[in-house]
Every structure is written in structure tokens, then in C-alpha cells.
Design a protein around this ligand. Structure first.
Ligand code: SAH
Ligand code: SF4
Length: 382
């Protein structure tokens, strides 16, 4: 009997790859579109449901292929309609996917890696270290699972998922091929038919891969800036030491101009109390972005245990927003959604099998520090 490991998983195949697959079976290429519709439009996971395929073809497919998404460990629905799925990927780690409804818009926030190697100082995913890259099937599988949970959605019906953002766990540009394949499927009419403007890749700034991206795809781009000068950004986003701000902004502008249309870069800026939320930071940011066509999305820090950071006051957030606004920037503040199910940006934890055991070391260090603090508090008590 054929085991799952020997079978090709059709879930992650782009249209071109699917056509090649049917070619290799000696079948007509148009079968690829039919199979994709069953899989992505109707959420089918077995070949017997593909009623426009004859018995012989279905048997052929069963022998060599499968449709397998990541395993759903849990699905939570927040009082504000936000949904969060925890899914287990092949490496054994769990990653998270979040759906955020907002009026007519429904945004799905998708993970690209279990953990992340880039270690941004305020990000709980970064604190866990890197475990594994998701396969293309695991990346698109998150869209597949979410889409299925809303029922099958024919093209004529309003879609529940109107936007996808690669802003879940991991750095998407460090899992390049799989993320590109999955994003092609998000946009393909036989996939999820989402417009290129509504698929957004967010990066902390892997410069060579931003340049590479333009050769493969034309999705929207978001840059996680978080600091308006190199000294501070080196601390918050360590990859900045390798690819500093001037180089980074140039590569983002090259990407945007390669799109050749009126589309603007999104700048994400997580506001950390007394770290990057001061008026001088707003002034520096205005100067830095003076000639960069962009819109700015401020993300008030979402706390997690032992982060060492705090969310700024509402006044400080408004002051920062106003400063940018008065300088002519289009600036929004991201509202926290799904708080009751821990679905906010930067709170996605999953359960990363930590190869480096860094999170355990991290927790151990924090416990030691907490012990030392308690000790010194006791000592100083009169
Ligand atoms: N790795 C990519 C995409 C995932 S993170 C990137 O860094 O862009 C999505 C966004 O959430 C990023 O802008 C990230 O910096 C931000 N973020 C991470 N931790 C956060 C936290 N605790 N509070 C608020 N935003 C956070
Ligand atoms: Fe990785 Fe993004 Fe978190 Fe930085 S903010 S550690 S790049 S997931």
C-alpha cells in the first residue's frame, strides 16, 4: 500500500505545477483547473468528490496523490468575530492563523514559518527561535482551512476572505519559494481569486529577497520599520545591522516602482512606550519617509509575558499619529482585535518545537532575573 509520504500533495501545487502533474499522468491539462476548483473553491480533500473525473482517473489520482492540509488543533472565535486557528505542521510545531472581519472586508493573517530566526526584540514569535519553514501546502492550507470554515464559496458569492496578509508567524521572505507559490494560489482564479492589491507580504527587511520578489510576483508590500534611525532599529530589529535603513528603503522603492502602478508601500510601526514613541521619533520618521510614497500603520505594542516592553498611553499614540498626519502622511492606528483569544499581532505563539531550546533558556533567565529582583526587594525592605 502507498503511504502518505510517497504521495504528492496537490494542495500546494500552483496552476503550472498542477498542469505538469496531469501531464505526467498522461491526462489533459484542463484537468488541472478542474482539480484546483474542487480543492480550493469547494474545500474537497478526497478524489471521490470530484464528480467530473471518471472512475479510472480518480483511481489513478488516489494511487499517487493526496490533498492534505495542516492538522487543525483548535479554532477559537472571539466576541468581536475574530477567529484564530492553531494548526500543526509536519515538523510537529504549531502555528497560528487569524481571521479579522471588518465591515465588508475579511482579512486572513497567515503564518509562513514555525518560529522565526530574526529575533526582533518585541516579538513573541522571535523569542521562540526558528523551528521550520512551512511547505507551500501548509501556507495555502491555512487559507484552505479558513475558507472551508465559512462553507464552500462559489465565485458568484461574496467571499468571506477578501484580503490576505503574510503577517502571522515567521519572516515570509526567508521561506521564499513556498510563500511565492502559496501567494500565486491566493490570486489564481482557480485558487482564491484575491486581487494582487489585497495580498500583502510583510517583511522586517531582507533586502536581497525584496529585490528577488519583484521578479516573481506583484503583491502589495508592507515594511516593518519600527524605528526611524539605524541605532534604534539595530536594537529592535537586529537584521537592520546587515541591511540598514537607507539600503532597505531603496529596495522597497525599487519594488514599488517595478509594480509600475499607483500603489504605495505600507509602513508598519509598532509603538513601544518610551522606546520609539517620542515626538523626536515622529520627527525623524517624517524626515526619513519624506520622499517615500507610503501609508503608515501604527501598531500599539501588544504585551506578552516578560517582553520588557509596554504599550504607550492613548495620548502618546494620538500624539504620534497627529505628528505624522500634520506632516501629510496617511496614517492609521491598528486596533487590537481578538484580545480574548490572544489573536493580536505579535501575540501569536503557537507551539514551536525549539531546536535551539532558546525559549526554555529565555524563560530560565527571566526566572533567575525575577528571583534576583524579589531577593533585592526583600533585602531593601526595612
Ligand atoms: N516577519 C514579518 C511578518 C510577521 S509580524 C515582519 O516582521 O514584518 C507582523 C507585524 O507585527 C510586524 O510588523 C511585527 O513587527 C509586528 N509585531 C510583532 N510583535 C508585535 C507585538 N508584540 N506588538 C505589536 N506588533 C508586533
Ligand atoms: Fe520574525 Fe517578524 Fe517577529 Fe521579527 S517581527 S521576529 S521578523 S516574525
Amino acid at each position: 500500500m502507498t503511504t502518505s509520504a510517497d504521495k504528492i500533495n496537490l494542495l500546494g501545487l500552483t496552476r503550472q505545477e498542477m498542469e505538469q502533474f496531469f501531464d505526467s499522468l498522461g491526462e489533459k491539462r484542463f484537468r488541472a483547473g478542474q482539480a484546483m476548483k474542487w480543492i480550493h473553491h469547494f474545500g474537497v480533500d478526497h478524489f471521490d468528490a470530484m464528480t467530473d473525473f471518471g472512475k479510472v482517473l480518480r483511481a489513478k489520482l488516489k494511487a499517487c496523490a493526496e490533498i492534505r492540509g495542516p492538522e487543525v488543533v483548535s479554532e477559537d472565535i472571539s466576541s468581536d468575530g475574530t477567529r484564530k486557528w492553531v494548526v500543526r505542521v509536519a515538523s510537529g510545531s504549531c502555528v497560528e492563523t487569524v481571521y479579522i472581519p471588518q465591515g465588508k472586508r475579511g482579512t486572513l493573517c497567515v503564518s509562513s514559518q514555525a518560529g522565526c530566526a530574526l529575533d526582533c526584540s518585541f516579538c513573541s514569535t522571535g523569542k521562540q527561535g526558528f523551528n521550520s519553514n512551512l511547505t507551500a501546502a501548509e501556507v495555502i492550507g491555512q487559507v484552505w482551512i479558513a475558507n472551508k470554515s465559512f462553507g464552500s464559496i462559489p465565485a458568484t458569492v461574496d467571499r468571506a476572505i477578501t484580503n490576505v496578509v503574510m503577517m502571522g508567524m515567521g519572516e515570509p521572505l526567508l521561506n521564499f519559494d513556498n510563500v511565492i507559490a502559496a501567494m500565486h494560489l491566493m490570486m489564481d482564479d482557480f485558487g482564491y481569486g484575491i486581487s494582487k492589491r489585497r495580498v500583502t507580504l510583510s517583511t522586517s527587511g531582507v533586502v536581497p529577497m525584496i529585490d528577488e520578489l519583484a521578479k516573481h510576483i506583484d503583491v502589495s508590500l508592507a515594511l516593518s520599520l519600527h524605528a526611524p534611525n539605524d541605532a534604534l532599529r539595530n536594537e529592535l530589529v537586529p537584521i537592520n545591522k546587515k541591511y540598514p535603513l537607507a539600503m532597505l528603503l531603496e529596495s522597497c522603492q525599487r519594488y514599488m516602482s517595478a509594480l509600475g502602478e499607483k500603489r504605495v508601500l505600507t509602513i508598519e510601526y509598532t509603538l513601544l512606550k518610551d522606546v520609539n514613541d517620542r515626538p523626536e521619533h515622529a520627527e525623524q520618521m517624517i524626515e526619513l519617509l519624506r520622499n517615500v510614497p507610503c501609508k503608515v500603520n501604527l501598531i500599539p505594542f501588544n504585551p506578552f509575558p516578560h517582553s520588557g516592553y509596554e504599550r504607550p498611553s492613548n495620548n502618546a499614540i494620538r500624539r504620534f499619529q497627529d505628528a505624522l498626519h500634520h506632516a501629510g502622511f496617511n496614517v492609521t492606528v491598528r486596533t487590537t482585535r481578538g484580545e480574548d483569544i490572544d489573536a493580536a499581532c505579535g501575540q501569536l505563539v503557537g507551539q514551536v518545537m525549539d531546536r535551539t531550546r532558546r525559549s526554555e533558556r529565555y524563560i530560565a533567565v527571566r526566572q533567575l532575573e525575577a528571583g534576583a529582583e524579589a531577593l533585592s526587594a526583600n533585602v531593601s525592605r526595612p
